[in-house]
Design a protein around this ligand. Structure first.
Ligand SMILES: Nc1nc2c(c(=O)[nH]1)N[C@H]1C(S)=C(S)[C@@H](COP(=O)(O)O)O[C@H]1N2
Ligand SMILES: [Mo]
Length: 199
């Protein structure tokens, strides 16, 4: 699992080395939302995976919680320049969802309750690089941080990690999500400082 690291990673690798260019470390956890926090109830919550052929697989909250759970520990990097080391989560790997619906498509669009969208290549969602997470540091994920469930795709800028996620749609060609249409970079690799289109 590429992005997962044990808690002692900081002693193995210096903090400076873990900071992408133009970022600063923070201990706090800023809330960054483009709109109000939607009220999402677990009893009506669903996560839908739609293939490029229009086939759909849905998981209720209980079905999602019955899937194998992982505990990724990751550094997260916001395009507004804060980074937070060793964030601890619990949730379901995207690999697990893809076991049921094997993707042929190259691209994916995440869709959230509240209307937010963000595009990510399917290759970046496989082999232990992306999770649907519901627990942060041992506690249920707070609504302002995307609870009851959000995406965690830590190797890309944090705007790619959709809060209040409700589904992912697979697409043959790349399309732009909410911030990407506003001029943010289509891919968003913090190590290559891909903040805005043209970087
Ligand atoms: N649904 C939704 N997801 C979202 C956002 C948003 O506005 N709506 N903001 C993104 C941005 S820009 C960042 S940096 C992170 C912020 O997550 P946080 O508020 O938990 O720090 O969520 C991302 N996911
Ligand atoms: Mo962000």
């Amino acid at each position: 699992m590429k992005s997962v690291s044990p808690g002692f990673r900081g002693r193995r690798r210096g903090m400076a080395e873990r900071l992408p260019p133009g970022q600063y470390p923070t201990e706090g956890w800023p809330v960054l939302s483009a709109g109000p926090t939607p009220a999402v109830q677990k009893d009506t919550w669903e996560f839908a995976l739609t293939t490029e052929k229009g086939e759909e697989r849905r998981w209720s909250w209980d079905q999602m919680m019955d899937l194998p759970q992982q505990e990724p520990v990751a550094d997260i990097h916001c395009v507004t320049r804060w980074s937070k080391f060793d964030t601890r989560w619990r949730g379901v790997s995207m690999d697990t969802f893809f076991e049921e619906v094997e993707p042929d498509a190259g691209y994916a669009m995440f869709e959230s309750y509240g209307g937010y969208t963000t595009n990510v290549p399917v290759a970046d969602l496989r082999e232990g690089q992306a999770w649907l997470v519901h627990t942060y540091d041992g506690y249920p994920l707070a609504p302002e941080h995307g609870g009851p469930a959000r995406m965690l795709i830590p190797h890309l800028y944090f705007w790619k990690s959709a809060k209040w996620v409700r589904g992912v749609r697979l697409m043959p060609q790349d399309q732009l999500g909410f911030w990407e249409q506003m001029g943010y970079h289509a891919y968003g690799d913090p190590w290559r400082e891909q903040r805005v289109r043209g970087d």
